[in-house]
Design a protein around this ligand. Structure first.
Ligand SMILES: [Cu+2]
Length: 122
């Protein structure tokens, strides 16, 4: 029973990640549990993500210079991320979170967190 639940969760996670990648071209990624944002060529990619409350967003630096991930509203702040370093934050409170790189403030992105209470949960 435990193993099958884990398999279902793993499959769901992979699906979510796939959807996130596919949606990146539209500048809107939607996910329920985990979203990956890469930092590449001085850009957060995807720049805008929409997640359900309780989701974790992980930023990974793919540039060969350091970057940071800092919320404008101080909800989160990473240390300087070297190449291939990553930083994760779990969003529990719905809202719009704008963030930037404190080393290159023109690098900006947005995480929109929607209420986790969906209508089809029954
Ligand atoms: Cu930067």
């Amino acid at each position: 029973m435990q193993a099958s639940v884990r398999n279902v969760l793993t499959a769901a996670l992979l699906g979510v990640l796939t959807v996130g990648v596919l949606s990146a071209a539209l500048c809107t990624a939607r996910a329920q549990s985990a979203v990956a944002v890469s930092i590449d060529n001085f850009t957060f990619n995807p720049e805008h993500v929409t997640v359900k409350a309780g989701s974790t967003v992980t930023w990974t630096n793919r540039d060969d210079i350091p970057h940071t991930v800092v919320a404008t509203g101080h909800a989160f702040r990473s240390k300087a991320l070297d190449t291939d370093d990553s930083y994760s934050f779990t969003f529990t409170t719905p809202g719009t979170y704008e963030y930037f790189c404190s080393l290159h403030p023109h690098m900006v992105g947005t995480v929109v967190v929607e209420s986790a209470g969906g209508g089809d949960a029954h």
